[in-house]
Design a protein around this ligand. Sequence first.
Ligand code: SF4
Length: 332
Amino acid sequence: MEFSKNEIVDILKDDSQNNWLFSLADRVRKEYVGDEVHLRGLIEFSNICRCTCKYCGLRCANKSVKRYRMSPDNIINTAKNACNAGYKTIVLQSGEDSFFSKEVMCNIISEIKKFDTALTLSIGERSFEDYKFFKQSGADRYLIRIETTDRNLYEKMHPSMSFDNRVRCLKDLKTLGYEAGTGCLVGLPEQTVESLAGDILFFKEIDADMIGIGPFISHPQTPLKDSLNGDFTLALKVMALTRIILKNVNIPATTAMETLNPEGRLIALQCGANVIMPNVTSSVYSENYDIYPNKAHLDEDIINSRQIIEGKIKSIGRTISKDYGFKRKLNN
Ligand code: SF4
């Protein structure tokens, strides 16, 4: 289904057709990626970050966050426990932490790949060469959200970072054969629906394989502390349109959705999403992975969180995938 930018803008502005939009996204999800939900075990292994993204509680200028860095052995053991609990994908996520050099990461990647799992990295902007070595060590996927395709807003929100370099990263990842994930924040100050429509068209243009969409949530220790939170329904609409337009991509029901609405992830699963990323990091660490406040489900251990989430997924008539959950091919 093709939509022009103007048509996307009209849909985003008009709430009278939301039920139609959400049920169409759910039908497209069922047709192109089926009823299975892929569970990805998320390990937040370092909250140390050199960047100063204005919306993020982990920005280096925030001195009130307790910083941590898991050791490589601890990361590998956490991944092993998650694999033993049934996860078929491990996601390694961190701030931009220079301790995790190419060599350190390649060692962690090759150790984790000895378990029966796909591996996703979400560790920020790196050189082509780093991405190449990570891939050769066994990494399958890489997440790097563009956050907004409005270049001016991007550069306002990300001091000392460059929009072009962010796009370069995504293009390098596609060139190297990764499944590349991107996505956006919905509700950033000064963001327009026109730029959100541009975000969706960018996901298509770049041929993204995974797309994570989350509402902006104001963090008290950031320059955006007085800004209003993003709107849950608008974030859901951006996600639903992404499903309808990109069809077979993998789309997580993001934790940020659940922070704004107690049933946010289940609702998202019924509006186009087909992935959940339960946090399998020990709560000793994850409670300090404070990108935004009141993150959902901080205290669950690996087995419990999996059982709770599996129960919720089954309650809406969906099944749990037992495979690695790579992007399904289109038949046409
Ligand atoms: S959004 Fe990511 S890169 Fe930016 S400050 Fe937060 S952890 Fe660092």
